[in-house]
Design a protein around this ligand. Structure first.
Ligand code: NDP
Length: 309
């Protein structure tokens, strides 16, 4: 039987090297050279065209190489009987935590303002705010958000997280559900979006939620472009209510050359590079699930189709 791979940023040969020797009786094929479709037992994919996975009649599961599974869930041809496995990768969580810390520190230590002053040759100091007086709020404490939250706590910030259900992380104040959103936003000076993209979370950063943040708050979106209503952010920046935004993800990627985000003086853009995880750091969950599937044991790190993540 065979595993078909359509890799993401880390090339197929790295996955093959990481998997080899860890499970027996497994041929590894690289999409689009699928061979006999009936041989395909497992799929490890990133950005695979909709309809492709439905061609494999004996597919036991599909594992995502990416953290976000919204594209897979949107495949209308993928049977609900085929379980989807989250792309868990410790290096990806670690690099995302670095990115979040980097952007939080940049706002915390006034680097946006000092950059603007430099362009005017202006020398003006702002008082240091102690980290424990800087309130950071992370929307979503999942595989990535929980590690980023812990990293911020380690760095001394006053951290809260907003989740769907109550969640306990050392040092992190938790708010959950629709009722928790208002109080969470009201205490958040730097908002970080780390939510999965679902029907419930699409457009979650909009005119109302931005207005619920304290004046002068910053926004960091490293999750998905569709979490943010673009024009609402621009209006909130232009009114001065929001002081700056860092965006790594966009509704359409690459970001269109004429998009107003590019030239906005208070928007920092990165080209979807917040986190990366090499195959070697993501292979264990895949191998464990292949073993479990063959042994008839329950799979781990399953996507909850009903919740949409
Ligand atoms: P997870 O699926 O692990 O995140 C789930 C978290 O979000 C949980 O805490 C969950 O709450 C919470 N959540 C889900 N729905 C809601 C809701 N309706 N209201 C409140 N909280 C909710 O995601 P990951 O951590 O793996 O990924 C986070 C994001 O990062 C994704 O959008 C992913 O696509 C993106 N990403 C971006 C990358 C980049 O380079 N920019 C790279 C990799 C990922 P609960 O705990 O209650 O279940």
């Amino acid at each position: 039987m065979a595993l078909i791979i359509k890799p993401g940023r880390d090339p197929a040969e790295n996955w093959i090297k990481a998997i080899n020797g860890k499970i027996s009786d497994l041929e590894i094929r690289v999409w689009p050279d699928c061979g006999n479709l009936e041989d395909i037992e497992f799929a490890l994919v990133s950005h695979i065209p909709h309809g492709e996975l439905a061609r494999f009649p004996n597919l036991r599961f599909v594992a995502s190489t990416a953290a976000g599974v919204d594209e897979l869930l949107a495949d209308p041809d993928l049977s609900h009987d085929v379980p989807i496995i989250h792309g868990v990768n410790s290096e990806r969580s670690d690099t995302m935590a670095q990115t979040v810390l980097l952007h939080v520190l940049r706002y915390h230590r006034h680097l946006q303002v000092y950059g603007e002053q430099q362009s005017r040759h202006e020398w003006k100091r702002y008082p240091l705010v102690p980290a424990d007086e800087r309130r950071v709020g992370i929307m979503g404490l999942g595989a990535l958000g929980s590690v980023a939250a812990a990293r911020l706590v380690q760095s001394g910030f006053d951290v809260a997280g907003w989740t769907r259900r109550p969640k306990t992380i050392d040092g992190v104040t938790n708010f959950h559900g629709a009722d928790g959103l208002g109080p969470f936003l009201g205490r958040t000076g730097i908002l970080v979006c780390m939510l999965p993209l679902t029907a419930e979370t699409e457009d979650v950063i909009n005119a109302n939620t931005l207005a619920a943040l304290p004046k002068g708050a910053f926004v960091i979106n490293c999750a998905r472009g569709a979490h943010l209503v673009d024009e609402d952010l621009i209006a909130a920046l232009d009114s001065g209510h929001i002081a700056g935004a860092t965006l790594d993800v966009f509704r359409t990627e690459p970001l269109a050359p004429d998009h107003p985000f590019w030239d906005h003086p208070r928007i920092t853009i990165t080209p979807h590079t917040s986190s990366q995880g090499r195959a070697a750091f993501g292979v264990d969950v895949l191998v464990e699930n292949m073993r479990r599937a063959r042994a008839g044991e329950p799979l781990v790190n399953l996507v909850d189709r009903e919740a949409g993540y």
